[in-house]
Design a protein around this ligand. Structure first.
Ligand code: PXP
Length: 239
């Protein structure tokens, strides 16, 4: 059965807009879990624009499912991850000016660096996922550097300008997932997925997990977190 991990960064974005202590992503995570989320994701950015170190540490203590920490491959984050011990570390590219993550990690061109970085994470007792574009060189490089998971970037699919292009990009994701699985990688996907564009993914065993943030939180503002999470779970699990 496909699993849903819910990203609560945007609860922290709202809090940081006022630099006060609410809404709290820790409370949001608890509600998402009560609604059936299989895991909670946070992206601790170098610039701390939303999630703070305090959130990560409290989530580690309170989460009942699994904590997936998205982070850039820096020395600071390596030390934090090994100390906090999330259930999964997802390495993502990070640029200061971006509104959100803008594409997959360039694994193929940074194999030596990433191999060493992934090795250090694994020696620290951590499991590693790499966020990559759904293309063969990046997937093969992810395997090569020792990742256990790949998260396929669905942002280009989500932004497709036409239905025909979306169909083509969905097929590309499907082929990429099959290739990754054939190499022994576990496959999740995420970025830009919402209650409409998730529909072709229904019943597709190629994708073990979905990582969704913005669409769920945007709906949660209007209908509540529990309903927003439940409705997404129904969509990914419907046959
Ligand atoms: N996966 C990764 C690696 C991301 O960086 C993000 C955005 O934080 C997501 C998934 C979730 O994307 P969205 O918020 O568009 O659902």
């Amino acid at each position: 059965m496909p699993r849903l991990e819910v990203n609560v960064d945007h609860i922290a974005t709202l809090r940081q807009a006022r630099l006060i202590d609410e809404p709290d992503p820790v409370t949001a995570a608890a509600l998402a879990e009560l609604a059936g989320a299989d895991g909670i994701i946070v992206h601790l950015r170098e610039d701390r624009r939303h999630i703070q170190d305090r959130d990560l540490r409290l989530l580690r203590q309170t989460i009942k499912t699994r904590l997936n920490l998205e982070m850039a491959a820096t020395q600071e984050m390596l030390e934090i991850a090994i100390d906090v011990k999330p259930n999964l570390v997802t390495l993502v590219p990070e640029k200061r000016q971006e509104l959100t993550t803008e594409g997959g990690l360039e694994v193929a061109k940074n194999q030596d660096f990433l191999k060493d970085y992934v090795r250090q994470l694994k020696e620290g007792g951590l499991r590693v996922s790499l966020f990559v574009d759904p293309v063969t060189p990046q997937i093969e490089a992810a395997k090569e550097v020792g990742a256990e998971w790949v998260e396929l970037h669905t942002g280009t699919y989500a932004d497709a300008p036409s239905r025909a292009e979306a169909t083509r990009l969905f097929q590309e994701l499907l082929n990429a997932a099959r290739h990754a699985r054939s190499l022994g990688l576990k496959v999740k996907c995420g970025h830009g997925l919402n209650y409409r564009n998730i529909k072709p993914f229904r019943g597709r065993e190629e994708f073990a997990e979905y990582s969704i943030g913005h669409a769920i939180m945007a709906r949660a503002i209007l209908v509540g977190i529990e309903r927003a999470v439940r409705e997404m779970i129904e969509l990914i699990r419907e046959k």
